[in-house]
Design a protein around this ligand. Sequence first.
Ligand code: DX5
Ligand code: ZN
Length: 215
Amino acid sequence: MTHKIAPSVLAADFANIQRDVEMVNESEADWFHIDIMDGVFVPNISFGFPVMKAIQKHAAKPLDVHLMIVNPDQYIQTCADAGAEVITVHYEACNHLHRTLNAIRESGCLAGVALNPHTPVHLLNDIFKEIDLVCLMSVNPGFGGQTFIENTYTKLQQLKNICAMKNHMPYIEVDGGVNLENYQKLLECGANVLVAGSSVFSSSNPTETILALKQ
Ligand code: DX5
Ligand code: ZN
């Protein structure tokens, strides 16, 4: 499988969101990464489902939705109705992760689990087969433009071992601080979905940057 690039709309120009969505449509990107924050699970608020719906109206590629919120169960159907294809919840925000992942699949979406930088990957052992995507946070969630945490490479290797042990291969996504300097090593370590926010939207030519990350 060739890897996927998911530009994070969090780094787009919110006053020109349609223009930026169309740029991604016309680029080599595969998914839109949509960061929803509640100001409780993370110390920041981004945007909610009405804005996501507006993005979806123009998006010609799947929406990969990253819920950085407490009580995500409450919003699964709303999120699916707003056009999500992948819904990722945080391990740290779910008391009944098995139930949450089943609810996501029942809504017709792929079920993702994100792990904060301090959360060990082995905690997914007993739920692994229910997971369609593992998102390794390579920054502390809440903000774009932060520095990549190097320990992510080790976590990727550990995750690959779990995939082999369980004979199950979910998407392996890395989110935070991904750029042209580290993307190749991430792919070598087993990542197959790269989220990129500021490295794409703050570059002088976002379309070219997406293309470079895809190669
Ligand atoms: C961080 C978000 C990321 C963010 C990535 O909490 O989950 O998706 O938009 O942005 P960059 O690529 O700038 O680190
Ligand atoms: Zn994200």
